[in-house]
Design a protein around this ligand. Structure first.
Ligand code: FAD
Length: 417
């Protein structure tokens, strides 16, 4: 590989950090990756694995406020806010609901669509020659609705995506059964998105890419970054729990923990840990052919190496609160709504923290005050999907190449007053 002589340290070995590292290596930089844990062990471990080319709508959209009470107060609702956390969350929630105005939603959708469109192809490109290409599969998403009424209600959110190239197709009855024989016959209709894909093991994918990065010369350090100090020569000194690291350039890709580090350099971000859960049915007894979504439960079911993974739900409780596995129990209970014959007795559970900003867009760009510091975080529900594009954009910025899109929607100063 070419070597430009510039040293770049990436903080965070989740899917976003590792995608940045691989693109930077391919550009010829000397790359160091720092993470207190092994690659792909935080949020990138337990996601639904879906390369969601359709996921260009921000989480907040017009009319969402009306459905929030239903999601919050129903026993099996997809949203929870811990009582003690309400006062902390209110300013974020206000920004989040404002981001759902039609004009803002459309602006965010345009920006998100650039990051998610063609995700499977971009992942294949990223994984080429790494040895983990086989973990990527093409497959349609079958998003199932209880009945025609529910479909009619849900159709608006699919129609909002059409201007950005998403082509939802409705299937019913026998056609639906043929597409996914394992699906409950009680579910009458579904929206199908054909150009999707998934990984059969999200954590293994990240670990495989990280091993490839090391084979290409990257250094992987198991350390916690505690502080950052700009240097007179324009570089950065990272203080860690095991000594200092000097770098010409630094990329913060530390997921839900990124705002803590950015604050050390004077940038404040309203970054929330939007917690999600998964249940893996280890011997599900059913073999779905494809990715199935539940419109009622708002979760995804993905056939994976280790079993059938049901992943979703949103919980706000702060970064440090312990998991509440009753949220995962909700998913386990709802598994049989999709797959009536599923064996739900042999399972594992997990909680992860999505890095979520109120406008649902990540920060991809240079820090306000330090030319050697770059941000790549805040990918909320689509970090796996959008990691390859994010890595490419960060590599473009560091190389001084003009990216082929306007980066203004992702800029770091959009929350600063
Ligand atoms: C239930 C659920 C389902 C999901 N499903 C999907 C899906 O189907 N498709 C999709 O695209 N996305 C999905 N997501 C979202 C996706 O998983 C995240 O957006 C993505 O994993 C974020 O990746 P990341 O690299 O930014 O963060 P992470 O994977 O969290 O990585 C951040 C890393 O930074 C490290 N770190 C933090 N602070 C420090 C420090 N000070 N020093 C050293 N290291 C540090 C952490 O140890 C961690 O390894 C889902 C999320 C959840 C919770």
């Amino acid at each position: 590989m070419r070597n430009t002589g510039s040293s770049v340290t990436v903080v965070g070995a989740g899917v976003v950090g590792i995608a940045c590292a691989v693109h930077l290596l391919r550009d010829g930089h000397r790359v160091t990756i720092v993470d207190r844990a092994a690659p792909g062990e935080a949020c990138s471990y337990g996601n639904a694995g879906v390369l969601a080319s359709y996921a260009c709508l921000p989480v907040s959209y017009p009319g969402l406020a009306w459905s929030v009470p239903g999601m919050l107060f129903r026993r099996d609702g997809a949203l929870r806010i811990r009582w003690r956390y309400w006062p902390t969350l209110i300013p974020w929630l206000a920004m989040f609901l404002r981001a759902g105005r039609m004009d803002r939603m459309q602006a965010s959708a345009r920006a998100l669509s650039f990051l998610v469109t063609g995700s499977l192809e971009q992942h294949r490109e990223l994984a080429r020659g790494t040895g983990v290409e086989h973990l990527l599969q093409p497959a349609p998403l079958v998003y199932a609705y209880a009945d025609e009424r529910a479909l009619a209600k849900g159709m608006q959110s699919w129609n909002w995506r059409r201007p950005y190239g998403v082509a939802p197709r409705v299937v019913r009855g026998a056609e639906l059964r043929e597409l996914e024989p394992a699906l409950s016959s009680r579910l009458g209709c579904a929206v199908v998105i054909d150009d999707c894909g998934y990984t059969t093991n999200p954590s293994k994918l990240v670990k495989g890419l990280a091993e490839y990065a090391q084979r290409q010369g990257a250094t992987l350090l198991a350390r916690e970054v505690l502080d950052m100090h700009p240097q007179p020569n324009g570089g950065m000194r990272l203080a860690t729990d095991d000594g200092d690291i000097l770098a010409d350039k630094v990329v913060i890709a530390a997921g839900a923990w990124s705002a803590k580090l950015a604050a050390r350099c004077g940038d404040r971000f309203p970054l929330e840990a939007e917690r999600g859960y998964h249940v893996v049915l280890r011997n599900p007894g059913v073999e779905p052919r494809t990715i199935v979504g539940s419109a009622t439960g708002k979760f995804l079911a993905t056939p994976m190496e280790e079993g059938l993974r049901l992943a979703g739900t949103s919980e706000f409780a702060g970064l440090d609160a312990p998991p509440d596995y009753r949220r995962a129990e909700v998913l386990r209970r709802q598994a049989r709504d999709l797959f009536p014959d599923a064996n739900v007795d042999d399972y594992s559970q997990w909680m992860g923290q999505r890095p979520s900003l109120p406008d649902s867009l990540p920060v991809i760009g240079r820090a306000r005050r330090h030319a050697s510091l770059y941000y790549a975080f805040g990918h909320q529900h689509v970090g796996l999907t959008s990691a390859p594009r994010t890595g490419r954009l960060i590599a473009d910025l560091i190389a001084g190449r003009a990216p082929n899109i306007d980066l203004a929607p992702y800029r770091a100063d959009r929350f600063q007053r």
